[in-house]
Write a protein that binds this ligand. Structure first.
Ligand SMILES: NC(=O)c1ccc[n+]([C@@H]2O[C@H](COP(=O)([O-])OP(=O)(O)OC[C@H]3O[C@@H](n4cnc5c(N)ncnc54)[C@H](O)[C@@H]3O)[C@@H](O)[C@H]2O)c1
Length: 461
């Protein structure tokens, strides 16, 4: 089949790579020249310096005969003569306070596509094409997509909703072996085309291939993200808070008590200073906005969002409240800038509000370190006298007054073992991921005070 992807970011590039790997001729169009250049490089490190997703580079190289990235719309127009499916994978951020989705990227892409589709096959439009919403979109957007096409004279097409459930950091693995593929369509013809697109998954063992209505598909995506986000809010704001508020409770022991009940399940029972990334927060706000627009109140959805915001504010506030720590003129080591491990994505990473908070507190210097995300973070916070980027974890922590762990990079875990020998200054430890929990008692005994999510204040002994 011939498949076009519009938008070559995390979702577009990873899905397109899997599409090429499934034997389809794949064209990816993106506005971003640099991204297109890096993704076309035919070199694993260059590809992954752009989108740090394990396996993406190898998959693109292996399938280079079948996948092309371009910024040239003339190429798109020519491809549309024979395209079977067009996947829209553009960003759908939120507008602001209301949570309403900002659909300007989506509409720009859809309108341009419509104008071009109407001219395909020299205007005859004899090639049937499905337009697939892979972006996370409002529940009823499919109707608008259809109107955009019709208003611009597009004929012989279908609109399908096929939300993406990939997990950043495991996007390739998740796209090659998804737990489910959800296809929302109104016509058998469209389902049939999508079955061909996904023939490697249809009927595959261990993959649920679900055919539903377009609105069920779009709603299912938002609700799935809400369920996950809500689990995190429960884990941080109820379980974690209980562990912080009473003595002699270890978060890890409570986790065992809870997760050994199969009705409760195990996903999401970890503690963190914040659930970041580009999806959970904005999708929850979009869902709440749509519920309110439909005359409902969306209170639980709003509260889940607020619990996550509170978590970070509360964590940062504990330095002053619990440890009587004044930030002014202090040197802060910030370990972890990516919103989570195994990605270089800094969108809605806790590191951003942390740096803003530290600046408001007039710290002397922030020393930041991350194994993959420093280049992306420098785009937001360029290096300066009071904002420096470390060469490794130890160099970043040396001489600091406080260490903040913000990302759950596995490589940070072992540092706790030699901290007492290597950091004679005994900085305050703020463990926003409980990465050093196995050493809290030893560190206290060695003269460190610790603020950790999911623990009461652990004062040096
Ligand atoms: N990142 C995730 O983990 C994830 C998971 C599931 C769903 N989603 C959803 O998928 C969508 C895309 O997310 P993403 O993370 O891939 O975003 P992204 O920002 O990584 O990529 C989007 C790409 O679209 C390009 N773009 C914007 N407007 C364009 C246009 N008019 N024409 C062509 N290209 C255009 C941008 O240059 C960018 O490269 C969003 O709706 C998001 O909510 C994301």
């Amino acid at each position: 089949m011939n498949i076009l992807y519009i938008g070559g970011g995390f979702v577009g590039a990873c899905s397109a790579a899997v599409s090429a790997d499934s034997g389809h001729q794949t064209l990816v169009y993106d506005l971003d020249e640099r991204k297109v250049q890096l993704l076309s490089a035919n070199d694993r490190d260059t590809v992954e310096s752009c989108l740090f997703e394990e396996g993406l580079g190898d998959l693109l190289i292996r399938n280079r005969e079948r996948i092309i990235f371009t910024t040239d719309y003339a190429r798109v127009a020519a491809f549309l003569d024979t395209a079977d499916a067009v996947f829209l994978c553009v960003p759908t951020p939120e507008i602001g306070a209301t949570g309403e989705s900002d659909l300007r990227y989506y509409f720009a892409a859809a309108e341009k596509l419509a104008e071009t589709l109407a001219k395909r096959n020299a205007g005859r439009q004899d090639k049937y094409v499905v337009i697939v919403n892979k972006s996370t979109v409002p529940i009823e957007l499919v109707d608008q997509t259809e109107s955009i096409m019709r208003e611009r004279g597009v004929e012989n097409f279908g609109v399908v909703s096929n939300p993406e459930f990939l997990v950043e950091g495991k996007a390739i693995e998740g796209s090659i072996r998804p737990d489910r593929v959800v296809v929302g369509a109104s016509r058998e013809k469209d389902f049939a085309i999508m079955r061909q697109v996904y023939r490697r998954f249809y009927d595959a063992t261990g993959i649920s291939y679900l055919e539903v209505t377009p609105t069920e598909a779009a709603a299912g995506k938002l609700l799935a993200n809400f369920c996950l986000f809500n689990r995190l809010a429960v884990s941080f704001d109820v379980v974690g808070r209980t562990c912080e508020s009473f003595s002699d409770i270890r978060y890890e022991q409570i986790r065992k008590i809870l997760t050994t009940d199969p009705r409760i399940g195990s996903w999401g029972f970890y503690n963190s200073l914040y659930a970041g990334g580009s999806c959970f927060g904005k999708d929850a706000r979009s869902l709440a906005h749509q519920l309110r627009t439909a005359g409902e109140n969306g209170v639980l959805v709003d509260e889940t969002y607020l619990a996550n915001q509170r978590q970070l504010e509360r964590f940062l506030g504990r330095a002053e409240k619990d440890a009587a720590f004044s930030w002014t003129d202090k040197t802060v080591a910030l370990l972890g800038l990516a919103f989570k491990q195994d990605t270089n994505d800094v969108r809605n990473s806790p590191a951003t509000p942390i740096v803003n908070f530290l600046r408001e507190q007039r710290v002397r210097q922030i020393r930041a370190y991350d194994p993959t995300a420093m280049e992306n973070f420098k785009g937001e916070f360029p290096p300066a006298e009071n904002m420096v980027y470390g060469t490794d974890e130890w160099q970043t922590m040396a001489g600091s007054d406080v260490i903040i762990i913000a990302t759950d990079w596995p490589q940070l875990r072992g540092l706790a073992d030699t901290l007492p020998e290597r950091l004679p200054g005994r900085p305050l430890i703020m463990d926003g991921r409980r990465l050093w929990h196995h050493r809290y008692a030893d560190l206290q005994a060695a003269g460190f005070s610790i603020i950790a999510v999911g623990s009461p204040f652990l004062r040096k002994v």
